[in-house]
Design a protein around this ligand. Structure first.
Ligand SMILES: [Zn+2]
Length: 229
């Protein structure tokens, strides 16, 4: 029995591979001189392995596209790749799964403007474009804080005001400071965050967004609970 990542269950599950095909891809490699001019080019054959798995639990199909390439130029390896037989001597480059944009259901309840930016930022995360994801997370924080405390200046000023006016707790203040720093580092120092940094920043932001939804929902149900006589 095979096991692969299921995009609906969001974990590796037992599955059936209902389609499998490998296809070669010519990739150009190049190096640059210190003045930015390309000085050398060569080509290698990669292989793209296309698979569709069907989860044995939820029955949802998932498309997997896995890219492999040989560690160095070697006609025997290239032949092996062409025949779709990746082994240990062939480097695994990446795996892309589709559909892969399983944003949390509660996001649909957000303010429309924030929701749209959340979708864009989430989409960048799934494409592993971590610099822009970090910028997107900081942008969402900016929209939320501007709505609450108005456009009073930079991110740090807004964060402090949120804390001073009791919109956020001390622990939220500390974690949001890290989220802002990750966004600043991506914007000004071209810092490429790791998956761990981005996932943690999403948790920090989700916590802030969910708190707002909980506050709103609590007010809504308050009148539905009968008072004590
Ligand atoms: Zn599943």
């Amino acid at each position: 029995m095979n096991s692969k990542y299921c995009t609906k269950c969001q974990k590796e599950t037992k599955c059936e591979i209902v389609f499998k095909k490998s296809y070669p891809k010519i990739v150009e490699y190049f190096s640059k001189n210190s003045d930015g001019v390309v000085n050398d080019k060569f080509y290698r054959i990669h292989v793209l392995l296309y698979e569709i798995s069907e989860c044995k639990g939820c029955e949802e199909p998932t498309v997997h596209i896995t890219e492999y390439c040989p560690e160095k130029d070697n006609p025997e390896l290239s032949q092996k790749i062409l025949s779709g037989l990746p082994d240990d001597s062939i480097k695994h480059i990446s795996t892309f799964c589709f559909p892969n944009e399983n944003y949390p259901e509660w996001v649909k309840s957000l303010d429309t403007e924030i929701m749209k930016v959340y979708f864009e930022t989430f989409s960048l995360k799934t494409k592993k474009m971590y610099r822009f994801t970090a910028m997107g997370l900081r942008l969402i924080f900016d929209i939320i804080s501007t709505k609450k405390v108005r456009d009073i200046g930079g991110f740090d000023k807004k964060l402090k005001k949120l804390f001073d006016e009791n919109f956020i707790s001390k622990s939220q203040y500390d974690s949001l400071k890290i989220l802002i720093e990750a966004g600043n580092a991506a914007t000004h120092r071209y810092f490429e965050s790791t998956e761990e940094v981005i996932e943690t920043c999403f948790m920090i932001l989700d916590n802030l967004l969910k708190q707002d939804l909980i506050t709103y929902s609590s007010k809504f149900i308050k009148n539905k609970i009968p008072k004590r006589n």
